[in-house]
Design a protein around this ligand. Structure first.
Ligand code: C2E
Ligand code: MG
Ligand code: MG
Length: 596
């Protein structure tokens, strides 16, 4: 079979017409053909590999006949109108199955696609020999064109985006697959154009109304097309998201991406404040056939995200940042499983020591994740990721339950430690947060004095009324609240006045080199003074040297936490450590060593 025939068959298959149910839109044309010609049989006949299949037919009962010696097969082969006035008088067709079924007359016009493939024929047949006029041949051609228009229409449905009139994601996938078949191994660039920050799409839609993103897409489409000209076919992939494929030298592709983004900055949409438009263009080089079209598009999206993060207009795909992103993505996905598994998460405890007495007064619960494949993953990496998902609740719940259970064990052993639990801003938005916390304390017969909640500055400041109420409730119940990482967030000291909390934990970045940095000493000194004046207890985090400890003591800091005292450790190790620490550090000795 010729390659052309293979290509023709592939086009036919892609149209998804073969063996589909009858459709009135085709039957209407077939009926018209039969009536116009005054002939009993008419059909829209598609030429498959070894059969003629009728998408629509009048006057025949069966859906298909063998391709062998079928007149429509000849139409498909020659791409031309075929008229056989009398099959029995034709050397070729006289013994054909068609002739044997009693058909004498055949006229068929080719069904030709835009790219020149003949799918089959629009044909009329009679049981008597017959002549045909030129005018009738023209009518047959017109009917064939009507069938093709119908096929195009059906084909376009599902592939054209109704908002912009542009081809959609499905078309993009088909076209990239076609390109890969034609030119395997050639270098191309997938370009993704995002008109707004897609993370904000929901908010924008809520604020501006459901049709807003559509109107932005409609306004952007002609602007992008104008920049691209005839160079590339543009696809509308999703709300405010476009894609196209380019080829050429990288600098010129990037330059055009830049022009594209500049043009988009000028879009004017009614009611659209300019700050809402944040177009970025991501460019991802790829080899045709090397990756699936959706994977290629993902690379271009990744380039967009990089551009946005770097606050630039255009971005070139970077494997490193993509790998980082994929890791984050996988961590989020895997954390759900970690919460269910019994052996992936545990809490480490780091002691907090009172500087004046030298006693260990508390322990901060710090989560640890032993990932089955990646090994130990730092909370500094996964906590910010998880806190941005719906798992923030489950995470804190897990920590609260386990930390409170451990606090109860220590209390039963006579160790009255206050266990600090880190919570996220999102937790304060949960309606039943306080109730659950009290429930866990009750079930372990612990009072609220057994725990303290740590929240970062930014989470304390940036949240809404519900969170603030929850915080006030917790305070009213007598639960201690600590401001974690103090000095790294808003750092406006005046806001301290308005924040409901008891403890300020000065971030380790100010403390670790305290003994060597005069500036840090000045800062820490004023933080301690001011916090004290406002009635807070002050804790210094990240104390690593005895010199820093002495300095903090002289500056009036209340408590310290850091590697100097101990690193975070398992609960068992903590108990052992505490027994040892208490043995060798009676209050007086500790006091002496601190003031020394
Ligand atoms: P954080 O709450 O400020 O916890 C203190 C961090 O400082 C801990 O890091 C601790 O290991 C580390 N650290 C303690 N002493 C020293 C020191 O002397 N020098 C230095 N350089 N670092 C010290 P870790 O355990 O890696 O936790 C990082 C952050 O992850 C925590 O900062 C906290 O924000 C978050 N996190 C940890 N566990 C939880 C949790 O259970 N829930 C939530 N929401 N966040 C958590
Ligand atoms: Mg903390
Ligand atoms: Mg901290």
């Amino acid at each position: 079979m010729s390659t052309n025939e293979e290509a023709r068959l592939s086009v036919l298959r892609q149209l998804n017409l073969l063996d589909t149910p009858p459709s009135e839109s085709f039957d209407r044309i077939t009926r018209m053909a039969s009536q116009l010609f005054g002939l009993p049989v008419a059909a829209v006949s598609l030429t498959d590999r070894d059969r003629q299949w009728f998408k629509s037919r009048v006057g025949v009962d069966h859906w298909e006949i063998p391709r062998f010696k079928a007149c429509c097969g000849e139409v498909a082969d020659t791409n031309d109108v075929l008229v056989v006035n009398d099959l029995l008088a034709s050397d070729h067709y006289c013994d054909s199955p068609l002739a044997e079924s009693g058909i004498r007359f055949y006229a068929g016009a080719p069904l030709i696609t835009y790219d020149g493939y003949t799918l089959g024929a629009m044909c009329v047949l009679g049981r008597e020999p017959r002549d045909i006029t030129d005018q009738e041949i023209n009518i047959l051609r017109d009917l064939a064109a009507m069938v093709m228009a119908q096929i195009d229409l059906q084909h376009a449905v599902g592939r054209i985006d109704p908002v912009t009139g542009l081809p959609n994601y499905l078309s993009y996938v088909e076209d990239v697959n076609d390109l890969a078949r034609d030119l395997p191994g050639s270098l191309r660039y997938a370009i993704s154009t995002e008109i707004i920050d897609l993370n904000q799409a929901n908010t924008l839609q809520r604020v501006m109304g459901p049709a807003y993103l559509d109107s932005l897409s409609r306004a952007a489409a002609p602007v992008i097309r104008e920049v691209l000209g005839e160079q590339a076919k543009l696809y509308h992939i999703g709300p405010c998201q476009f894609a196209h494929i380019e080829y050429g030298e990288e600098p010129s592709v990037l330059a055009r991406a830049e022009r594209l983004r500049e043009a988009l900055l000028g879009i004017s949409v009614e009611d659209c404040a300019p700050f809402m438009l944040r177009p970025v263009v991501g460019v991802a080089p790829f080899w045709l056939g090397g990756k699936q079209p959706d994977a290629v598009l993902r690379l271009a999206h990744s380039a967009c995200r990089d551009a946005r993060e770097a606050e630039q207009g255009t971005g070139l795909y970077s494997e490193t940042s993509d790998a980082r992103y994929l890791r984050s993505f996988n961590l989020i996905a895997d954390f759900r499983e970690a919460l269910q598994a019994s052996d992936q998460l545990h809490l480490a405890y780091q002691p907090r020591v009172d500087l004046a007495s030298g006693h260990c007064v508390g322990a901060e619960a710090l989560i640890r994740w032993q990932h089955p494949v990646l090994g130990n993953v730092s909370p500094a990496e996964f906590i910010p990721l998880v806190e941005n998902t719906s798992m923030a609740k489950a995470l804190t719940d897990w920590v609260m339950r386990n930390a409170i259970r451990q606090a109860a064990i220590w209390h039963r052993e006579g160790l009255t430690l206050r266990v600090s639990i880190n919570i996220a801003a999102a937790n304060l938005e949960e309606e039943n947060f306080t109730g659950r916390l009290l429930g866990y304390l009750n079930s372990e017969s612990l009072t609220f004095k057994a725990i303290e909640l740590e929240l970062t500055e930014s989470s304390l400041i940036g949240n809404g009324r519900a969170a603030r109420e929850q915080l006030d409730n917790l305070m009213a119940l007598g639960i201690k609240i600590a401001i974690d990482d103090f000095g790294t967030g808003y750092s406006s000291l005046s806001y301290l006045q308005t924040i409901p909390a008891h403890v300020v934990k000065i971030d380790h970045s100010f403390i670790t080199n305290l003994d060597r940095h005069m500036r840090s000493q000045t800062l820490v000194s004023s933080m301690i003074t001011m916090a004290h004046e406002l009635g807070y207890t002050v804790v210094a985090e990240g104390v690593e040297s005895a010199a820093s400890r002495s300095l903090l003591f002289s500056l009036g800091c209340d408590e310290i936490q850091g590697y100097l005292i101990a690193r975070p450790m398992t609960s068992d190790a903590f108990t052992t450590w505490l027994n040892h620490f208490r043995d060798c550090s009676p209050a007086r000795q500790a006091q002496e060593s601190i003031t020394r």
